[in-house]
Design a protein. Structure first.
Length: 215
């Protein structure tokens, strides 16, 4: 899928639904990066089969996001690149740490969403079930000492994996969160802070000031 095809999905419509097949699945990070630039956020990933994904994006109408999308469209109309350069403006020190590329940030955002949706419980359950299965196999193979010991060792290893998985997943989540935070800081440094939210509309009664009761 070419960039022009991806851009066509994010043309300002409220909902963008993209079906990926075969090798296109590997482009999910680039699609997420393009969606971010044009003011869309991933709402749902439906894995129909291993080789077919359905991605649903929703337009984000918050002021700072719409401003970012407008800058991207202006840059594209002027013949500029799809993604802005991440270097700091002249005279400003760069954001500490490694520069995060748009697709790396998009991948990190998807990882955050996956963890926040599913957590680590599924992986823990799988490791526990596999450990139990190897324990059963070790009992079945108890007549063969060498085989039983190997199966018991595997069951114990899977038990350790199940115990440590929540800690590993939290560390993985924090690494991705730091990437996203650094990327957002780099973007803010380049373009400045988002505009303030507009004041709430004034109601008719408030506009005319307090009204008497006619007495």
């Amino acid at each position: 899928m070419k960039d022009e095809q991806i851009l066509a999905y994010f043309d300002g419509r409220g909902t963008a639904e993209i079906t990926l097949r075969g090798r296109e699945v590997s482009q999910s990070n680039r699609i997420a990066a393009v969606a971010f630039e044009l003011g869309y956020k991933l709402h749902e990933t439906d894995i129909v089969t291993r080789g077919q994904w359905r991605l649903t994006y929703l337009r984000d109408d918050s002021p700072d996001v719409r401003q970012r999308a407008q800058r991207t469209m202006d840059r594209l109309r002027a013949g500029g690149p799809l993604f802005s350069h991440m270097s700091a403006p002249a005279g400003m020190p760069p954001v500490p740490g490694r520069q995060i590329a748009p697709m790396e940030a998009a991948s990190a955002r998807q990882n955050l969403a996956a963890y926040e949706t599913h957590g680590s419980r599924g992986l823990v359950v799988i490791a526990i079930l596999l450990s139990a299965a190897f324990l059963v196999l070790a009992w079945v193979a108890r007549e063969t000492i060498g085989g039983a010991v190997a199966l018991l060792a595997t069951a114990a290893l899977l038990g350790v994996v199940a115990a440590l998985t929540p800690c590993w997943m939290r560390s993985w989540y924090e690494r991705n969160r730091r990437k996203v935070t650094r990327f957002d800081q780099q973007q803010s440094q380049r373009w400045g802070p988002p505009p303030p939210a507009p004041p709430p509309p004034v109601s008719g009664n408030e506009r005319g000031g307090p009204r008497g009761n006619g007495s």
